[in-house]
Design a protein around this ligand. Sequence first.
Ligand code: 13P
Length: 249
Amino acid sequence: MNKKLIAGNWKMNASLSTNDALVKAMLDGLQGAVPAVDMALCAPAPYLAQLQTLLQGSPIAWGSQDVSAHEQGAYTGEVSAGMLKDFGCRYAIVGHSERRQYHGETDAVVAAKAQRALAAGITPIVCVGETLAEREAGETEAVVKRQLAAVIHVVAHCTSEIVVAYEPVWAIGTGKTATPEMAQAVHAVLRAQLAAATQHPERVRVLYGGSMNAANAASLLAQPDIDGGLIGGASLKAADFLQIVAAAR
Ligand code: 13P
């Protein structure tokens, strides 16, 4: 079984000075010890060079929060997977619900982004998750399966190389966490879908994201099919993030 992965998603919260202090506090907190889990921080694109400088040679990997679906060319404002690779990114979040919701990203666009990341040697963290209305309509399983199926269809034999993050939209930034049982139920569905799609489903880590914090991380991470966390707000506080890392053994 893989090590768990605890990844921070800073979203659009960063500055040179706050990043510097936050990363140094995290590295100080690790006290030179190699954590039992894999760790990553996903920053806004302009700060990836800074993370490369601060984190190179440390146990913390870094990544982006998005990647272009295109390889290169006339796509003003876009950042390609090759560019992210230049700055040492190991991961790229794709299909975060905020991008699906505010930037109109479809399942097909998300799948193309995942494929671009893989082609550049970057691990896509593919986000799936239902809205509150979809959950209340009993559509949770169908929604997450549709979102993941679109990616599996495109990345095909590379499915074992992705990371999946189940992020119920109603739990993001709201303080409302899925209970460990609710999260586990969806993770089991995703795990079964992955098992049918790849010969090595055990290589795929399925993270939970949505108001995971220092207090609730241990019970979520104790579930058999929860292989880590994608952490928003709590990744902006070194002590909280490190407590989640410590809970993930
Ligand atoms: P919060 O942890 O702030 O709820 O955000 C979760 C998330 O969206 C991570 O990608």
